[in-house]
Design a protein around this ligand. Structure first.
Ligand code: HEM
Length: 151
């Protein structure tokens, strides 16, 4: 049986996995917090000082946390997949599909932020709160796929 240290990452494998999980935590934290900001932001009057403060706060969270964390999670995760050569395993394909949905969710976060910054409040609070449930549900499903590997 091949040792888990024999793939292309060699002895770096557990370190890359540790880094993967660290950036997963940063990424998901960002996916939880930015839409929470939007709920508070929506309550402000467009053009007010409070509105401008939220726009800056959201912009910083998106560029300093969300974008780099997402890129690093993808990069490190794909390195792990190459190392373990797990392409085609059903749990992994399902995980990738759910991670793509999380990535799409981040796209929505960016576009909703641009609308808020332009003064549009497209969704009412209830719909925005429902959107906020999505990353939690997707994260739970991904963790089950990775840990339980039901198929
Ligand atoms: C962005 C694309 C991603 C790719 C390509 C990817 C790929 C991988 C791979 C190949 C492993 C190694 C599995 C092993 O060592 O047995 C792994 C571990 C893990 N990933 Fe990801 N991953 C990604 C995103 C995520 C996300 C978003 C989460 C959580 C929401 C996550 C949670 C985990 C967990 C918990 C482990 C540890 C599993 C274990 O120790 O057995 N990953 N990932």
């Amino acid at each position: 049986m091949l040792s888990q240290y024999q793939g292309f990452l060699g002895a770096a494998y557990p370190w890359v996995k540790a880094a993967h999980l660290t950036f997963v935590i940063f990424w998901i934290a960002g996916l939880f917090i930015v839409p929470r900001y939007y709920i508070h932001h929506q309550a402000t009057t467009p053009g007010s000082a409070e509105d401008r403060a939220w726009i800056e706060r959201e912009d910083k969270a998106r560029t300093v946390i969300l974008a780099p964390a997402m890129l690093l999670v993808w990069l490190l995760g794909l390195m792990l997949a190459v190392h373990l050569n797990i392409w085609g395993q059903y749990w992994f394909t399902a995980k990738l599909a759910l991670v793509l949905l999380l990535t799409a969710y981040q796209g929505w976060i960016g576009s909703y932020g641009r609308k808020l910054a332009a003064g549009h409040r497209e969704l009412d609070d209830k719909k925005l709160r429902m959107m906020n449930e999505l990353p939690g549900i997707l994260t739970a499903l991904i963790v089950v796929l990775v840990i339980v590997r039901p198929f």
